[in-house]
Write a protein of this length. Structure first.
Length: 96
């Protein structure tokens, strides 16, 4: 997204019980940030030791909603995968 500052934005802070997961989630999302999300721009960074912060900006609310749904889905998938790996089970129903 280029041009003037977007009038719509959302910031989500995802806290984990394990600070090591923060790095894993941030690295999992990093390639997605470099891809262009239609009508939105996204920034992913680590916050306090147990937090990943996702900031989405767009020129309309629908684009913010779509990007937010996409990124929250990826966060859930990342945490569920980490849980499955850490427990050694194939079930990833609940994220850490």
């Amino acid at each position: 997204m280029t041009g003037a500052e977007a009038p719509w934005s959302a910031t989500v802070a995802v806290r984990t019980r394990d600070p090591q997961l923060v790095g894993w989630v941030e690295r999992a999302l990093r390639p997605e940030v470099t891809r262009e999300v239609p009508r939105a721009s996204v920034k992913v960074q680590t916050g306090p030791p147990d937090t990943v912060v996702i900031t989405i900006s767009a020129h309309d609310s629908g684009a913010v909603r779509a990007a937010l749904n996409t990124y929250l889905g990826w966060v859930h998938l990342s945490l569920a995968t980490a849980r499955a790996v850490s427990t050694g089970s194939g079930s990833a129903e609940r994220a850490p």
